[in-house]
Write a protein that binds this ligand. Structure first.
Ligand SMILES: Cc1ncc(COP(=O)(O)OP(=O)(O)O)c(N)n1
Ligand SMILES: Cc1nc(C(=O)O)sc1CCOP(=O)(O)O
Ligand SMILES: [Mg+2]
Length: 206
């Protein structure tokens, strides 16, 4: 039985980003999960090579390594699991590919979708956007802490709140029952990613 971490760093692989340096700093500060999320135009080869390097950092730091969308990359690299959403493989198919012991996250934006994803084999749910974000386009309106709480109440798997999460706002999400938060810009775009990550770590170490 895998115990899911409470602080998920999602990689930022846009040009000009020093992805691995940020991952290392976040892990040192106390992040316990890294989701490798290559941009869509990144080749499988590059996604695999990035995952292998992130996985090395995660193993050294005792953290969980997940791969977004590309489950074959997760399997090939030996990562702990993957995350799928509405445009990816269906949750049940993802579970068949990853096997029964893997961590499998699924995006769910409301209680009905959440219950279905769990029935299909998700071991955690990514729920959002909690707040407005510019990191991903095409998202629906923010669901806020109340929307996160509605999903928390509907399922018995960990809920990972995502979207516009900052250290200042994370406490609101934990307060409504989110098990974890997942962040891109709050750490990757910070002037000092290690210091930004430490602000999150302080919230969960109390
Ligand atoms: C923890 C977490 N929650 C939600 C998502 C979003 O997944 P998806 O809807 O498939 O969108 P992309 O990230 O693939 O663009 C996530 N990655 N992680
Ligand atoms: C990748 C992603 N998925 C979301 C969802 O709601 O499904 S929000 C999001 C981007 C999160 O980035 P940031 O922490 O910079 O807001
Ligand atoms: Mg996806």
């Amino acid at each position: 039985m895998h115990t899911l971490g409470r602080l998920h760093l999602i990689t930022d692989t846009r040009p000009g980003r020093d992805t691995l340096t940020v991952v290392a700093a976040a892990l040192r500060a106390g992040f316990d999960t890294v989701q490798v999320r290559p941009e869509d135009d990144v080749t499988d080869r590059a996604a695999y090579e990035l995952t292998v390097r992130v996985l090395e950092l995660c193993r050294a730091g005792g953290a969980t390594c997940l791969v977004n969308d590309r489950l074959h990359v997760a399997l090939a690299a030996g990562a702990d699991g993957g995350h799928v959403g509405a445009d990816d493989l269906p949750v049940a198919a993802a579970r068949r590919i990853l096997g029964p012991g893997a961590v499998l996250g699924a995006t769910a934006r409301n209680p009905r979708a959440a219950r279905q994803a769990v029935a299909d084999g998700a071991s955690y749910l990514g729920v959002g956007p909690a707040f407005a974000t510019t990191t991903k386009t095409g998202l629906p309106d923010a669901i806020g802490p109340a929307g996160v709480r509605a999903v928390v109440r509907a399922v018995d798997v960990p809920v990972v709140a995502i979207g516009g999460v900052t250290a200042a706002r994370a406490a609101e999400l934990f307060a409504v029952g989110a098990h974890a938060v997942a962040v891109v810009s709050a750490v990757n775009s910070a002037v000092d990613p290690g210091a930004a990550a430490a602000e999150f770590a302080a919230l969960v170490s109390r």
